[in-house]
Design a protein around this ligand. Structure first.
Ligand code: ATP
Ligand code: TZP
Ligand code: MG
Ligand code: MG
Length: 270
């Protein structure tokens, strides 16, 4: 059972180990992702060329693949990096941004999930559903509401892909197909800043780099991230998304055991 104590301990391990996180991500979120990882206490690197991704992936603590602004050259590099990470035992975290929005994205998400053994896949409900070949309207009204269907979707995806699945939204669900956690942290203003999902995927990478129990790592990342967002919203949420974004980077660098114990809301699901 992952509780706040364990969350705080994995967070502390991230800060102590300063893990190298290799990101192949989208052009929208690159700077925010690097700054977010630095604030948290990880060491980000972005490397995209197919000539170097294998060498970078194998020395990293985690590899993050994000198809937000995909193109064929980048997808090729992602698969090269992913296979090398698998060889080297480096956890691969996958964010199938926009799967279901266009056939190319959907097909690419499925291809990556098939070619690379992914440790954690994180997305909204529609992205996860479309990655496993289930129809789920992207931005469908059901996607972010309740947790019943989302829990079965997450478990189903975890079993199909043999991986840990994190579906985020108002509530986050994370499961390995057998054990499931529901996390009720975060703040709606996160949806007004682009890249907060993408940065979260990379933060899961930082946690997976220091904790071999991937489900525990992902759950700890979700709680820590959500609590940091609450701290930032309290401080600057009233001023708007711009001030919140800056306050959020600060909060990622400050969130610690005290705040996790006070605000962490993780419980085991069915
Ligand atoms: P989407 O494209 O659906 O917005 P995303 O990739 O941006 O997806 P989110 O699901 O928005 O990712 O998750 C990013 C962070 O925002 C997570 O920590 C999640 O818990 C949080 N979050 C999203 N919506 C809410 C909400 N309504 N209330 C609280 N936290 C939220
Ligand atoms: N367009 C392509 S990728 C991207 C946009 C706006 C960023 C998406 O970031 P997130 O974290 O899913 O909100
Ligand atoms: Mg969002
Ligand atoms: Mg996203």
């Amino acid at each position: 059972m992952v509780n706040n104590q364990e969350v705080a301990s994995v967070l502390q391990k991230v800060r102590q180990a300063n893990p190298l996180v290799h990101n192949i991500t989208n052009v929208v979120v690159t700077n925010f992702t690097a700054n977010g990882l630095l604030a948290l206490g990880a060491s980000p690197v972005m490397a995209y060329a197919k000539e170097e991704v294998a060498d970078m992936a194998k020395i990293a603590g985690a590899l993050v693949l994000n198809i937000g602004t995909l193109n064929p050259t980048e997808v090729e590099a992602m698969i090269i990096a992913g296979k090398e990470a698998n060889e080297a035992g480096v956890p691969v975290i996958f964010d199938p941004v926009g799967a279901g929005a266009t056939p190319y994205r959907t097909e690419t998400a499925r291809n990556i999930a098939g070619a690379v053994q992914v440790s954690v896949i994180r997305g909204n409900a529609a992205e996860i559903a479309n990655t496993i070949g289930e129809a789920w309207a992207i931005k469908g009204v059901d996607a972010g509401e309740g947790s019943g269907d989302v829990v079965s979707l997450a478990k189903n995806a975890a079993k199909r892909l043999k991986t840990v699945v994190a579906i985020t939204g108002k509530e986050d669900v994370v499961t390995d197909g057998n054990t499931t956690y529901i996390i009720r942290n975060g703040h709606p203003i996160l949806t007004k800043v682009t890249g907060t999902g993408c940065l979260l995927t990379s933060v899961i990478g930082a946690f997976a780099a220091v904790e071999r129990d991937v489900l525990k790592a992902a759950a700890a990342a979700l709680v820590s991230y959500g609590v940091a967002a609450e701290m930032a919203a309290k401080k600057a949420g009233e001023q708007g998304p711009g001030s919140f974004q800056i306050a959020f980077l600060d909060a990622l660098s400050r969130v610690g055991a005290d705040e996790i114990h006070q605000y962490g809301r993780i419980e085991q699901g069915e």
